[in-house]
Every structure is written in C-alpha cells, then in structure tokens.
Design a binder for this molecule. Structure first.
Ligand code: CAA
Length: 295
C-alpha cells in the first residue's frame, strides 16, 4: 500500500524525532500530543532539525519548505489518525497505555491504515490483539536522537502481513534510515543487547570497579562506542532502561535482573537528562508530557 500521510502519537523525545524523519522524508506529517506545551516544543524541535538538516547538506531548501508546508499538529488521537495511512505511536513504554492507544486508533482510523509502535521491547502482538487489523500492526523502533541515528529496527509480529512489512520498510528508507527486520521477541535485537551492557555498567559502578567517568571513558576509547553506557542511559532515561530490564527479566530470565543501583537512582528521581539528574547532573530539566519518556 502507498503511504502518503503519517501521524505520530506523542510529541516527546522520540515522537518529535520521528515526526522530523517523516517530514524530512516528504510525508504529510501530523504530530499529536495531549499536552500543548509538549506539542509546541515538539514542533519547534522538528523545525530546528529541518534547518539543521539544510545546514548539514542533508536536505535542500526546497525539501525544508515543503516539509514545513506538510507538517501539522493535532491535540487528540481521533483528529490525528483520521487521514493517516500510517500511525506511529511514541507514548511511554507501558503496555496499558499502548493498548489504550491502539484501541482508539482502531476505532477512529481508516480501515486500511497501518499502526506501528515505537516500543523498544514490548510485544506488538499484544497491542495488535485489541484491534480488528492485526495484519496491519508492526513495530517501528527508532533510535535517539532520531535525526542523527541511521537505524530503523522493524519488528514483525506473527500476524503482520507481507504488505504491511514492505510498506514500512519503504517508509524507513524514504526517511533515510537503514532497515533491519527482526522477529518479535522480548527486547527485539538492539534493546536486548543494550540492556545487558547498560546493566553491567551499573553493577560495576556499584561494586566500585571504576568511577562512572572511567567506565564511560573505557567504553568509548577502548571499545569505540560513540557514547559511554552512563552518558547513553542519561539520554535514554533511567526509568526507561529499568522498565525494559524488568520486562526482559520477566520474559527472558535471570541474566536481565536490574541492578539495585539503577533501581535506587530511579526511586530517587534520577531519571537522566530529562529530570536534570541521572548518573550525571544536568542543570536544565525539560518538560514532561505524553511522549516525553517514550522510546
Ligand atoms: N538532519 C539530518 N541529518 C542530520 C541532522 C539533521 N537535523 N543532524 C545531524 N545529522 C547527521 C549528520 O550530518 C551526520 O551525518 P553523517 O554521519 O552522514 O556525516 C550524522 O547525523 C551524525 O551527526 P553528528 O556528526 O553531529 O553526530 P555526532 O558525531 O555528534 O554523534 C551521536 C552523535 C550520533 C548521537 C553519537 O554520539 C552516538 O551514536 N551516540 C549513541 C547514541 C545511541 O546509542 N542511541 C541509541 C539509544 S537507544 C534508543 O534510542 C532506543 C531505545 O529503545 C532505548
């Protein structure tokens, strides 16, 4: 099927990044959030990223102009999904919330439209089960910061059709991403791998093996990771990482048991950049809204 219009539900960190990728890819793009300040901040981010795309030579001035002309916002799911061919939800990583969104989408969206979740670990088939179109449900897992990250991990659930898969792979390519297709399984590919590395870093910090700064430095300079595990978890959100680990622990077993230090930090409100303090300190805390914690 042809995708012309993409609606993004949730204008937090991931939603606004996905909206940028959709707009830059030439799609008519609808960005939705229930919070007006989050939606405004999301829209401003998309506009800034489009300008940066031009400054970096990734987009032409003409592409920037037509992306802006095709970009709109919405304050409800009903309004956002009415005309969309593809809806991508980027709300917080809780199955109950995702199910609520998929139920509303199924009620208000056109019968042929595709529903994608940006979940980083949860089962697409559970979300698909509340709709009358499980063949049109799929995972589209983007990475933070979306404008700079080249991968799109596409998750195929047991009932996802070939047509849905093909349409979403094409969307990913038009957004300028490299695509990998993964069979549905807890944590998919990237979150499962990343959760283990990040959890081990907290275990080492707790055991006093090295300082946070030295663990990050070692991973960057010794293993060529672009960011250290603590810099990365501060970007992703400690609460997000904890919820992924809890889920992987429940589904895949003991090796994913979350470190007690990570639990302590989350309980103390040290959630990362977005809360002003994670493993490191950040003086400028950001706004909270529907999609702000989302992966
Ligand atoms: N539009 C288009 N392209 C843009 C752009 C824009 N607005 N802004 C930047 N780019 C491009 C740049 O031109 C550059 O392209 P080339 O590689 O072709 O030259 C590319 O994006 C990278 O930009 P920078 O050179 O500015 O990036 P950097 O060197 O400062 O690296 C980083 C920044 C990519 C974030 C790097 O630090 C990194 O990879 N960090 C790790 C991030 C990571 O692991 N994220 C995943 C987190 S896990 C997650 O998100 C999923 C989950 O489920 C939890």
């Amino acid at each position: 099927m042809d995708v012309n219009t993409i609606a993004v539900i949730g204008a937090g960190t991931m939603g606004r990044g996905i909206a940028y990728a959709a707009a830059a890819g030439g799609y008519r793009t609808i960005l939705e959030d229930i919070s007006a300040p989050v939606l405004d901040a999301g829209l401003a981010y998309v506009c800034r990223s489009l300008d940066e795309g031009v400054a970096r030579g990734k987009l032409s001035a003409q592409q920037n102009e037509s992306a802006l002309a095709q970009l709109v916002t919405a304050r409800s799911i009903e309004e956002a999904c009415r005309e969309a061919d593809l809806v991508i939800e980027a709300v917080p990583e809780e199955m109950e919330t995702k199910i609520e969104i998929f139920t509303l989408l199924d009620k208000f969206a056109r019968p042929g439209s595709i529903f994608a979740s940006n979940t980083s670990s949860l089962a697409i088939s559970e979300m698909a089960a509340v709709t009358f179109r499980p063949d049109k449900c799929i995972g589209m897992h983007f990475f933070n910061p979306v404008p700079k990250m080249k991968l799109l991990e596409i998750v195929r659930a047991p009932k996802t059709s070939d047509d849905t898969l093909a349409a979403c792979c094409e969307v990913g390519r038009r957004m300028g991403k490299e695509v990998v297709v993964v069979r549905e399984s807890p944590g998919f590919l990237t979150s499962r791998m990343n959760a283990l590395i990040g959890n081990e870093a907290f275990a080492m910090l707790e055991e006093g093996i090295a300082s946070a700064e030295d663990i990050d430095k070692a991973m960057k300079l010794g293993l060529n990771h672009p960011m250290g595990p603590f810099e990365l978890v501060d970007l992703v959100g400690l609460d997000v990482r904890l919820s992924i680990l809890e889920y992987l622990h429940r589904t895949l077993g003991e090796k994913f048991r979350p470190s007690s230090l990570l639990r302590q930090y989350v309980a103390a409100g040290r959630l990362g950049r977005k809360s002003g303090r994670g493993v490191y300190d950040y003086p400028d805390a950001k706004l909270a809204g529907r999609g702000i914690d989302s992966q």
